[in-house]
Design a protein around this ligand. Sequence first.
Ligand SMILES: Nc1ncnc2c1ncn2[C@@H]1O[C@H](COP(=O)(O)OP(=O)(O)OP(=O)(O)O)[C@@H](O)[C@H]1O
Ligand SMILES: [Mg+2]
Length: 529
Amino acid sequence: MSFETLGLSHAVLQALELKGYDKPSPIQEQSIPTVLQGRDLLGIAQTGTGKTAAFMLPSIDRLVAADKRPKPRCCRMLVLAPTRELAGQIAKSASEYAQFVHLKVATVFGGTSVNRNRQELARGVDILIATPGRLVDLTDQNALDLSQVEVLVLDEADQMLDLGFIHALRQIVRMLPRQRQTLFFSATMPNSIKQLAGQYLTDPAQVSVAPASTTAERVEQYVVYLNQQEKQALLTIVLRDGFSAGEMDRVLVFTRTKHGADRVVRKLAQTNIVAAAIHGNKSQPQREKALDAFRAGQIKVLVATDIAARGIDIPGVSHVINFELPNVPEQYVHRIGRTARAGADGIAVSFCAQDEKEYLRDIQRLTKVTLEQVPLPESFNAEVSRINALTPPADRREEARRDAQAMERQNRGPRAPRAIVQAKRHGGGNAGPGGKSAGGNRGGGAGGRSGGQGQPRQEGGRATGNAGGHSHGGQQGKPRQDGARSGQGGRPAHAGHGGGNGGGQGRPGGQRNRRRSGGGQGGGGAPRG
Ligand SMILES: Nc1ncnc2c1ncn2[C@@H]1O[C@H](COP(=O)(O)OP(=O)(O)OP(=O)(O)O)[C@@H](O)[C@H]1O
Ligand SMILES: [Mg+2]
């Protein structure tokens, strides 16, 4: 199948050629003809498989074909996204895909000048990409009129329909014309949210390239069990060894809280590892600077809250490390989806503390993947002592206090609905984690608590206490042991990562990790921005 056969215009095809796309990914192949017909659509496909182009390319052609000019203060296509960074990224893609047609693309999101937004919207735009908060502000000020919208897109639709955004979304939808095309896309779609999605779509076509919450195809997933206080030491070892062995390229580390992200960066600096943090307490210029430096490879380690979990496309992210597990299992799918994009390989390592085992169980149920356990490295005890010695006991007590507070805040969040789904085995072959690139063990790290944090505006999510049991394979809970699988050598950290981005889409070949039967689907409550 080629892009030509999907019915796209010459101008769009030309732009795709410049982008170097040879052939459509499965979600593009299945969505584009339907969107071109003007139908509503709910599209589900794994992270990194080209959902942006799946909605943007045919919409560009429809906007051009309708041959209308945007009216002052109006937009013709409205794309809503949960974070500023994602909105900016979608706009960049839109501009590239639309470079041979005359469509005006604009973004509006928080942290930027409202006046500049007003000016940009004054004469009307064709494609507007927005975060809901700023969009509502602009409509309140009569700087934007949504009555002429022809196409509405919710990217990361399940998050946009979840607690943190649903209020703003309802307000926005009331201002839209009933007669419009509506497109929803995500890699995850909890059943509870899917029902809500139905209220906004009219007789939608449903395209599911893989069951919702299927993790990216070429990501190897590992878990290391340890104590929360040991995580920093493990992270240091993993990064130091991974980079010195040339096995790591760019590493995205997820923490539960904003101050936790800052602390990880500070502590890495004490061991001469340079990292930047990105989270909702940073200014917009700081956020952009950190992301740009990471994208450009000037900074190899980015420590983020869930603000960076969804949609962000940075080719060359070789590893995702969950310093703490997310309490909303869907968030795990998105976080680890920052690697292994567009046909590339990737490694995801989750550090799991005793009180995060319940989250891990939810994640494994949702994704039907059993994470492979890897042991702690040989040098681990010495490293823990060394790292701990860098922090005076009084500071450590203060850290523990703040952690407890953050946990309590999170536990006050609303409990997300849960729906048990049918156990289903799927996915193709089962390569097993061993068979990737040469050299190096694949590795993992230590554990923590969990939680999606990140964006201002809210923290939803499930809040629960500790979970018990659930052991697979080895030692659990007791950090220092090698409860590992046989054949998994020595040190947790690195992964022989083959590198390369780009390349084909939707590659065949099985899920590398074992898919597990036994279902369970967690509800929403993801963090917001
Ligand atoms: N047909 C294609 N051929 C090659 N590369 C592609 C193709 N379509 C998209 N890409 C590239 O794949 C990468 C991932 O695309 P995109 O960000 O749209 O994924 P996504 O499905 O939206 O992922 P997520 O669920 O994480 O948001 C981008 O760098 C994009 O340029
Ligand atoms: Mg996307």
